[in-house]
Structure formats: structure tokens, C-alpha cells
Design a binder for this molecule. Sequence first.
Ligand SMILES: Nc1ncnc2c1ncn2[C@@H]1O[C@H](COP(=O)(O)OP(=O)(O)OP(=O)(O)O)[C@@H](O)[C@H]1O
Length: 377
Amino acid sequence: MRDEIARTGVVLTDIRKSFGNLEVIHGINLKITEGSFVVFVGPSGCGKSTLLRMIAGLEEVTDGEIEIKGRDVTDLDPSERGIAMVFQSYALYPHMSVRDNLGFGLKMARTPKVEIEARVRAASAILKIDPLLDRRPGQLSGGQRQRVAIGRAIVRKPEVFLFDEPLSNLDAELRVSMRIEIARLHRELRNTMIYVTHDQTEAMTLADKIVVLRDGRIEQTGSPREVYEKPANIFVAGFIGSPRMNLLEAKWAEEGSVLLGGSRIPVSLDAQALSPGEKITLGIRPEHLFVSTAGEAMLQARVDFSEYLGGTQFLYCQTDEGQAIIAEHRSPVPVDAGDTVHFSWDGPHLRFFDSAGMRIEPTALVDTLAPSDNLTG
Ligand SMILES: Nc1ncnc2c1ncn2[C@@H]1O[C@H](COP(=O)(O)OP(=O)(O)OP(=O)(O)O)[C@@H](O)[C@H]1O
């Protein structure tokens, strides 16, 4: 028990938030291991920023408790919580030099001058911003400003770093390099980091654990591999991954087969809870659909659009039954808009969801996999 408390960076217990009469966070429970990198993702308005701001103390909780490193901080001021937050807007003081921006929070906390200087030096060395220390924010590029904003968080030596879409004002190339810097920073500092983003790649590459939110509730928490390979439900399956997982409406036929359109397709699913004729959704990722011959195909579709991206090609198709599917086509065989294509897949890549949208664990399938093939991440 003691060990668990020591290792727990942040604990949210039954967190609720209302604005006026409108409840937007509906009882969130989450344990964040100390030193881990947790990313909140979800559609616009699902409550990512509100949750982060409540952890920061910038927003009051309506109900529930927040603990940081075993200490109840629910009613503490932001400055007393041991957190530092990095915003999308950088929030730097325009009239101060970078050096003064970095040291300002410490100065306000009456930290001795030598200590401030030492911490500013250490942070600027970590972020390689030494040559910028005497400039003002207006004389910096977007990436440099964000580096200063991160530096300002580092000098405070927080227990927990909170990032609210820190890279979304940067252009694509800079986002990639800053993303790598943030990953490096986490590896060096080993602090707990909680990060809100819209960007799938940031979530997948930075997170130890992804928290998928929808409408103020957690849909799933898991490693990037878990949420990608074993989505808990149709919502997560459709949200994680770009392009999204194909979700095909089908009917359970009998043990070992489903009806997809007019065809009976063999599946390795031991679903005793399903009865013949019951609706079932098949999930298959674009990269797992491959162009095959008519004889072995599971699916026939017409290509509406084709996007050629060099290393790969996305085919946007309609099945004969009018279901939209996206396939990632990597073979050298050319496929163009207007073509009719036969698709197939390997059974283990298929995911199954019941009529309530929850994933059905393919027990029979898992039992027959070798341990090294198991999908737990
Ligand atoms: N100050 C506020 N007053 C009233 N409603 C608010 C306030 N702040 C947020 N909300 C509402 O709370 C819900 C969650 O908002 P929040 O900003 O946390 O979502 P988000 O997931 O961060 O969205 P986005 O990805 O668009 O930034 C939304 O419905 C939003 O309209």
C-alpha cells in the first residue's frame, strides 16, 4: 500500500465539474503512476482541458478529490500543488528578456538570486536556449518561445508537468522536432507529465498511457498499443488511428461465421453470447486490408478516391452495400479511382464489437495464439 502511494503521481477520485447547471465532467477516476507520461485525448469539448486545469488548480472541482504524490491538493492554490503548466499560447511576458521570463516565478516566490541563476542556467542548458537569454519573446520564433515556456516550467522543479496542447501553434516540421524534445525531456527528468492534445501522433509517440475521453467520461485508458490494438469499444476504435479503423456492419451467422453483405465470412470468434442474426460490427484497420483475388476476397468495393503519398496509398472505397471503407495499399500493383477491388485480411487483425458497441474478446483466437503473438502491450 505504502509503495503504491509512493509510486502514484496523481490520483483523481470521482472528479466532477459543472459550469452553472451543466455538468461537463461526470465522475472521473484515474491513477497516474509517478514518472509516467499520460496523454488525454478525445473530441473537441470532451473535457480534456477542463480536467487538466482542475489538476493545475486553475479551475475548481465541483466534487471529488485530487491527490499529487499522496497529498490532497483539491483546495490548494496552483502555486502550492507542485505543478507547472505549459500553455499553447506560451504566456510569456513580452517586455521581459528570456532570462527574466525564466526566473520570474522564482523571483516572486522570493527564491535567492544565486539559486534563480543556477536554475535558469540548468534549464537553458537542457533546452539549448543559452544564446537566447537576453532576447525578448518578440524576437523569438514560435518554437523558441515554446522552448522558453517549457524552460519556465523546468526551473520551478515541479512534481508534475502539465501541457495543454503545447505544440498546436507550431508548423508541422517544428511540431515534430519539439515533440522529440519533449520526449527527451521526459526521459531526462523522469517527472510525471500530463499532456492534452488533438494530435494522434503526439499521443501515440509520447504517451506511456493514453486516456481517451468522450463527453466528460473516460472511455479507455491503456498504453498506445493497447488502445490501438485492443480498443474497448467502437468509439475508441474509430477515434484512435488515422485514418480510422473501418467498422463494418455485419450479422452473426453461427459459430465461426458472420454475414457481411451477401457473403458468409469465416471468423475465429467463440461468441457464445451472440445469437444468429444478431448485429455485430467488424473492425479492420486500413493497413490490414489487402488487395486480393476475387476467389479469396472477403469484400468487394469500388474505389472512389485514391491518395498517393509516395510510400503508401490510401484508397477510399464503397462496398457493394454502400459501406465506406479506407484501405492502405502498399503493393506495387496500381489501383485507381473507379476500379473495383477485392479485399481480404488476416483473421487475427479483425476486431469484433457487439450491438452495444463493446469489443468482444475473441477468446478462441487468443487461446490459439503463441504467447509472443499476444497483443497486450
Ligand atoms: N468556462 C466555461 N464555462 C462554461 N462551459 C465551459 C467552460 N469551459 C469549458 N466549458 C465546457 O466544458 C466542456 C469541456 O470543455 P473543454 O475545453 O475542457 O474541452 P476540450 O476537450 O479541452 O475541448 P477542445 O479540444 O476543443 O479544447 C465543453 O462543453 C465546454 O463548452
